[in-house]
Design a protein around this ligand. Structure first.
Ligand code: F0G
Length: 379
């Protein structure tokens, strides 16, 4: 009997494409390798026929895509001798930083906005032993403080301004191409700081120029010296589409937003850190930004759970909400292959889910007759 090789995380899996050496101690929780689920019921509800896949990043070890970046950032921080890491966070980065710091045996300091982080994320950071600094301010205030304090205290920043974060996160694009055998036509993501959309573009770009003599023309990311080898010929890259919540949409306003507001607290960000990169991604990929209202975001979250059994957090559903609108309008044309990233798990934010749920809760006695009648009444 032969056994499948044990999966031990994305650094090990894409070792030749990441900045580690044979001596590097890998800080990993088995992240990556998340399912690319083809939607079966939602496409039938749309006006134009397309193939939609969701990349379910909520199935990473701490329930969000942040683990891809954090395994790299913490691995490198430890390699460089750091004893403590720090981040500002709307919740997921703090949960991930706390977990990887625990794994590495170092300290995580996390700055979170007072009262604006989902319960699941707070519970994670608390259980994983992070030191939590709850600030009277929003994410953007936290980010400013993190950048300032890092030059006064021996802490390594693990927000996505840490370049190793994007290196880890680019592997999501590798996985998609490895599975589809090519890049999708469109890749839709929720955008907050815009680190993830940038990381995906780096990943797709690197894959598109793998191979001996291909680097020079298409890829600015490897300086034309691409050392990577790949099995399949992949010379396409997707059109990248970034969706923001209307109340937190600096890319739509064309300028920073000072008081961002949205039910999708993960992307309640008005001053994106990867501002310039993201505009470059839009230009290079021929893509666009758009915005979704809170109502559209919650409706997409619910539709996905009800029709496909996939539960993501509100911010994540922004990718599907926007994609459905652009498919219906024909902006994403018929026949396209579309990937939507679902950045975080639905269990991260149970309060918002329960608040908007209309699922019938039928109260009955612990009695066979009553249970039977309740079933027959609701068939
Ligand atoms: N979706 C979720 C669930 C997130 O947690 C985030 C960012 C994003 C999307 C946006 O990704 O910033 O790379 O454009 N969350 C950060 C945090 C800010 O602190 O957890 P981005």
């Amino acid at each position: 009997m032969t056994f499948r090789k044990r999966y031990t995380g994305l650094i090990e899996n894409y070792r030749d494409r990441l900045p580690v050496s044979d001596n590097t101690r890998l800080i990993s929780l088995g992240e990556g390798n998340t399912p690319l689920i083809q939607l079966q019921n939602i496409p039938a509800l749309l006006d134009n026929k397309v193939d939609i896949y969701v990349k379910y990043e909520g199935l990473n070890p701490t329930g969000s895509f942040k683990d891809r970046g954090m395994t790299m950032a913490v691995t490198k921080a430890v390699e460089e001798g750091a004893k403590a890491i720090i981040c500002a966070s709307t919740g997921n980065t703090s949960a991930s930083a706390a977990a990887y710091a625990a794994r590495a045996g170092i300290t995580a300091f996390v700055l979170i906005p007072d009262g604006k982080i989902a319960q699941g994320k707070l519970a994670q950071a608390m259980m994983e032993g992070a030191i939590i600094l709850q600030i009277k301010g929003n994410f953007d205030d936290g980010m400013r403080l993190v950048k300032e304090v890092a030059s006064h205290a021996p802490v390594t920043i693990v927000n996505s301004i840490n370049p190793y974060r994007l290196q880890g996160q680019k592997t999501a694009a590798f996985e998609i191409v490895d599975e589809l055998g090519r890049a999708p036509d469109f890749h839709c993501l929720p955008v907050g700081n815009a680190g993830n959309i940038t990381a995906h573009w780096i990943g797709y770009s690197e894959y598109a120029c793998f191979g001996e003599n291909k680097g020079t023309e298409t890829c600015a990311y490897c300086d034309g010296n691409c050392k990577f080898k790949r099995d399949a010929e992949v010379d396409s890259r997707p059109t990248m589409v970034g969706y923001q919540a209307s109340g937190s949409a600096p890319f739509m306003r064309g300028e920073m937003v000072d008081d961002p507001e949205t039910v999708a607290t993960a992307i309640r960000i008005g001053h994106p850190q990867s501002w310039d990169y993201a505009w470059k991604v839009k230009e290079e990929s021929g893509g666009w930004f758009d915005e979704c209202s809170d109502e559209e975001i919650l409706a997409a979250q619910k539709l996905l759970a009800e029709k496909e059994g996939v539960f993501c957090e509100p911010a994540s559903a922004t990718s599907l909400a926007g994609a459905m609108r652009d498919i219906n309008s024909g902006k994403i044309p018929e026949g396209s292959t579309v990937v939507c990233t679902l950045t975080g798990h639905g269990l991260k934010d149970p309060d918002t889910a329960i608040k908007q749920s209309t699922a019938p809760v039928v109260k009955v006695d612990a009695d066979l007759e009553q249970v039977k009648n309740a079933i027959l009444d609701n068939m």
